[in-house]
Structures are given as C-alpha cells and as structure tokens.
Design a protein around this ligand. Structure first.
Ligand SMILES: [Zn+2]
Length: 398
C-alpha cells in the first residue's frame, strides 16, 4: 500500500531562507518553462514537450550555478513534469468537450510545493540516523533540516516533498509497502450520503462531522478575497491581504482533512461494506440544481452553499473525503462500492416512488406516494446502500 506522512519542519532561519529561495527558483523555472511552451506555440505552432525541456535543464543549471544550479536536478525535473501534467489535463478536458482554463503562470504565493521524486536523489529522509533524539531530512542546497516527527514512518520512502503553508514548512513522505492493518469484521453494511450540513450521513441515521466550521471559514475566506481584490498591485497592504488569503486557504484545507479523517475512520471501524455516491459530473449537477427553498442557506453570510467559493470548498471536501476513505478502507480490508447518485435523493426508500416533490426541504423527505417521512440524507443513504448491494450481488453472480 502507498501512503503519505506529513510532518512539520523546524528549519533554522538560514534554512528557512534557503527553502524560500528553493521554492522561488522552482516557481521561476515553472513559469519560464510555461513561457517557452507558449511562445513556441504562438510563434511557430510548435508543441514543446517535457523531454525537450528536461534536456534544457543542463544548460540552465550551467549558466546559473549560484541560482538554479544549486538545487536538485531531479526536483527541477519534477517541476517540469508538473507543468507537463497541467498541459495534459488541459488537453484532456478540451477533448472531453469542456472549456478549461489554460495552464497559468504561478504568482508568488501560488507555488508552494517542491518534490524530490526519489529518496536519496538530491534529498535524504532520516539523514542523520546517528542523532539520538531528532529526525532530519537533508535537502540539496538547504542542508539537514530538523523534522517534528510525531509518528512512525511505515514502509519505504519513495518521494519527498516540501510544502509551504503560510509561515510554516512541512515535509511530505510518500511511502510504498505500508502494511495494511485489517480490522475485524463487523457484519454491518452502510450507505453514505455526502451533504452540505453534514459531511456524511449513513443509512443507519448517523450524521458524521458537521460542516459548520468549514462554512464559517468559507465566508471569512470570501471576505478576505474581496478585500484582496480592492488592493493595488505591488502595495504593502496587498502583500498582507495575499498572506491572509493563503493562511485561510491553509486553514480550510486542514479542517477539511481533519473532518474527512474523522468521518472515514468512523465508517471503516463500523462497517465491512461501505457504499457511496460516485463523485462525477452527474453528482455535482444534482447538487447544484437550484432549489426555491433556499437550500444551504445556513451559511453564516447568507450566501447559497451552491454558489462559487462555498461550492468549490464543498466539492473539494467530498473528494478529499472519498480519497481518504478509500485509503482507510483498503488498509482495513473493507469493501468500498461507488454507485451512480442519480435519483437517490428523490426516490422513496420505502416504496420506491421517485419524484422531485418528495423532497420537501434540504433536511426533510416526504414521499407523495406512501407518505413515508425521513431525514432526506438518511433516505438517500438507504437508496445508495441498496444500489450498492445490488451491484455487489450482480458482480458476485457474474
Ligand atoms: Zn414512498
């Protein structure tokens, strides 16, 4: 199994300056490579590929020994590959008939990660094993940086990344061969509905992880972004506003991960089989359909949960939750089934009657066929469970 471990770094002030410079040089490399691709295409209609840009690196490093030449060749390649990935994703979306945004230049504060694709190549985890009490990671051009290692690392370290969040630095280790810790069978199965007020609601009627704190952060973030928009480029106040937005983004990310971990853990402890909605375009549109009852109006600023920022935060929350759930389920030996969410929220879980009038409000489901009344998310979760079990039966019969 692959798994990642994130630890806080405790760089000296000199190391922190070097880390900032390392990040900045990688950002400039990224932007230069993007500029190169755009110019070649605009002027000559030529598509520049990763291989060519990677071959250029040797010269870039030789020409700038005190700058780009300081850092790891491999981490620079990883940065070029990151741009390549952005390009591929862009063209994939174009092919799928969507209109994505073109890969963008990364401004200061919008490039926060450097990856070393292989432990031992320009970086070394546990670089001072002789040290009796502290853990270190060695990064080329930065030195042995102290790590606040609050838990044991399992498996074999494959890639090492450094990430900046506000004023803090983290190291992320991606490890292979992490042993699974299978949980004892419970004999229970559950369907899970992902929602707005609660991250997840089970077919047994349990609500997992209230999203109110996330909504509060979302409205603070929206306010900070509005403030930022009014500041003049290059001004001191703008710098502060950018930092505030970045810090709030980081906070939302932490809350979201924390929330997802808690909910996922509760599910894998409780159930052998967990059925959830497949998170795809159909699922998103279902959630985004306008409802006259002002659904989602619980957000502190009165903004609809379906609009702009709040929606993107919710979407990201659901996808983070599913990623974490799938890792935990795999580790625990639980079965995870994804089903098409179409109609799960408007179908009666008792009689099967399907109609949009069934959904009275965000929270209340009342069947116009049989009169069955239930919490809307619980009703949906039961439908999701049923669809999953049907899929599973069909797969076993085949
Ligand atoms: Zn009914």
């Amino acid at each position: 199994m692959r798994r990642s471990f994130t630890f806080l770094l405790r760089p000296t002030s000199k190391q922190a300056a070097a880390l900032a410079q390392c990040l900045e040089d990688h950002r400039q490399l990224y932007n230069a490579a993007l500029e190169h691709r755009r110019t070649a295409y605009r002027k000559a209609g030529v598509a520049v590929r990763y291989g060519e840009q990677s071959a250029e690196l040797k010269h870039i490093r030789a020409d700038d020994p005190g700058g780009q030449g300081r850092w790891s060749f491999s981490s620079q390649q990883a940065t070029l590959r990151r741009l390549d990935k952005a390009y591929r994703a862009f063209f994939d979306r174009v092919q799928a008939g969507r209109t994505p945004g073109f890969p963008r230049f990364k401004g200061r504060g919008w490039f926060d990660t450097v990856e070393w694709p292989k432990d031992g190549d320009g970086c070394r985890w546990d670089s001072r094993p002789e040290h009796p009490t502290a853990a270190f990671v060695r990064l080329q051009g930065v030195g042995h940086v102290r790590v606040h290692q609050h838990r044991r690392v399992l498996g074999i370290v494959k890639t090492i990344s450094v990430k900046r969040e506000g004023a803090r630095w983290f190291v992320v280790l991606s490890c292979d061969g992490v042993p699974a810790r299978t949980l004892p069978a419970t004999g229970a199965v559950a369907g899970v509905d992902m929602g707005v007020a609660w991250l997840a609601t089970t077919s047994d009627g349990d609500h997992l992880d209230n999203q109110r704190h996330l909504a509060a952060s979302a409205s603070r973030l929206a306010a900070a972004q509005r403030k930022l928009a009014g500041k003049k480029r290059g001004s001191n106040r703008r710098g502060k506003a950018v930092a505030r937005v970045a810090a709030l983004h980081a906070k939302v990310r932490r809350q979201r991960l924390d929330s997802a971990h808690k909910a996922a853990l509760a599910l894998v402890r409780g159930y052998d089989v967990i059925v959830h909605e497949a998170l795809n375009v159909a699922g998103m549109t279902r959630r985004a359909a306008p409802k006259p009852d002002g659904e989602g109006g619980y957000l502190a600023n009165g903004q609809s949960a379906k609009s702009g920022l709040s929606k993107s935060i919710l979407d990201a929350g659901w996808s983070a939750f599913l990623t974490i759930l799938s890792h935990k389920a795999e580790s625990a030996g639980r079965q995870l089934i994804a089903v098409n969410p179409a109609n799960t929220s408007r179908t009666c879980s008792r009689c099967g009657h399907c109609g949009k009038d069934n959904r009275v409000t965000q929270a209340v489901f009342r069947c116009t066929g049989c009169g069955h009344e239930a919490h809307a998310d619980v009703n949906a979760a039961i439908n999701i469970l049923r669809a999953g079990l049907a899929l599973r039966e069909a797969a076993q019969a085949a």
